[in-house]
Design a protein around this ligand. Sequence first.
Ligand code: ADP
Length: 579
Amino acid sequence: MTPAVRLRGATKRYGNLTALDRVSLDIEPGEVFALLGPNGAGKTTLISLVAGTALATEGIVEVLGHDVVRDYRFTRRAVGLVPQEINFDPFFTVEETLQFQAGYFGVRLPEERLVDILGNLGLLEKRRANTRSLSGGMKRRLLIAKALVHRPPVLFLDEPTAGVDVELRRDLWSYVKRLAAEGTTVVLTTHYLEEAEELAERIGVIRDGRLLVVEHKDQLLAHYGKRTVRLALEQPVREVPIPGAQLLEGGKTVIFTPRVGETLSGTLQAMSGLRIADVQTREPRLETVIIELLHSPALPEPVPGNGATGREQVFRQAKERVLEPEERTLGMRTLYRKEVKRFLRVPGQTILSPLVTTALYFVVFGWSLGGRLREIDGIPYVRFLVPGLVMLGLINNAFLNTSSSLFIMKLQGTMVDLLITPLSYGEILAAFIAAGLTRALLVGTLTWATATLFVGPLLPHPFLALLAAVLVSIAFAALGVLVALWAEKFEQVNFIPTFVITPLTFLGGVFYSAAMLPPAFQALLHFNPIYYMIESMRFALVGRSDSSPLAGFGILLVLAAAMVLWALLLLRKGYKIRS
Ligand code: ADP
């Protein structure tokens, strides 16, 4: 029978560190499995390989019989993940968060299902609250709700009750039990043994990336647990006929460990003749067993599975539960919508601020310099400025939208939300670039419209203007993705606009014509790609260009294509996001 989750020799190495070492494990459909082990043992790593946030270095990882790499679209739809870290996009409400997450999986979240999930987790009153305003406990519950939007038959909970109060812990336990009763396979990691004891049927103990033991809870106790018996004697003795017994308190107390399944009568008969004042037995505790296991030097390799347990029906139901996407492009469109909604939530920053900046350039440079430089090649200076300013708006907004959004997702951990979905890298990139393009075109159009108020209509080649705007925005939106992937600090995200884009734009002829420069500078200008962008836009808007418009558009096209391909390549490699 096929297990719900199957690992064979699954290994994950980070440089020299082996976070997971040849782990073989079968998790049966419908069971609740707990993974125990100290910090850094590899529990999260194991989960990451199945859920798709990390890729195995070696070995096989399968969900419901499908390989997690080859058949990632299927396995991602089959798996739900409640990550350890609380991660929400601070721009959205509880209900938007859930709707977006469902959308990434290609399914819609109908009102009744939304109400059902929120109701079950006690979040109904908070449906329109911003996720930032939720209490810690509510955030934990929302994390679970988010993992359940696509009704996954296999659910991973990574320390679901870390840091929550006793009452909420009990609530979450009963919810997990309900999910399990409905046939969901649940795998949880926990520090609380009580939690494993309460919920799990089988327990896996992991240390230094090695799976030490996998057993049923009771068998674990039976195999490794020690029941101790303490006899209090009326008269002290010097020795007792019990192998391995300890004598304490001057021979008045005997302590021994009966073998599993052994009755006490034999031992007590051997002691006949001695007067026993009292008998105490101490039952084995899971805690002691786990601690001893973690300290035992070498154990035999655990068997991956516990054999078929007549769960074929659960398996079949699990497979049937995996939702097919309602529309092929819904996931990508949802990500695009989320990205657009995100920048529209802060219009002052994303729309108004660039407009004010542009208007300031316009007023300061146009009026002050315009007094002296009345015309360039017969074009009034204030008109001459417009294409460069439009380009500035396009470049900055396309870049900022993707770079800041993606970087924040990386920083806040909401990147995980995308990595566990069936979205391909191409789809993720397309959605991000499309949103950057949308913002850039919006700001570019507004800049252009504002300018026409000052200097009259400008648009000799509308099609070329649009083409230039689209190509430049795509190129810089893709560059934003590249920078966000590469950056590890916010500073680094800002580095590119401050030290590369802005200087190149200013030097690229926003405010002057190349012909006005000394020959050496003119020659240098031809190495600045932004120069061609501005020239293309100038040709499209005011019908004048220093360089050949054809060459300009050619360069734009090549640049846009190169940026997109580079970003796709890095994403494909999982560069700094999917380890
Ligand atoms: P646990 O969940 O059991 O606490 P983890 O699976 O998070 O343990 O970590 C196992 C080991 O792998 C740790 O030593 C951890 O530092 C390392 N590790 C985890 N993720 C990464 C990563 N992205 N890069 C480098 N090392 C990592």
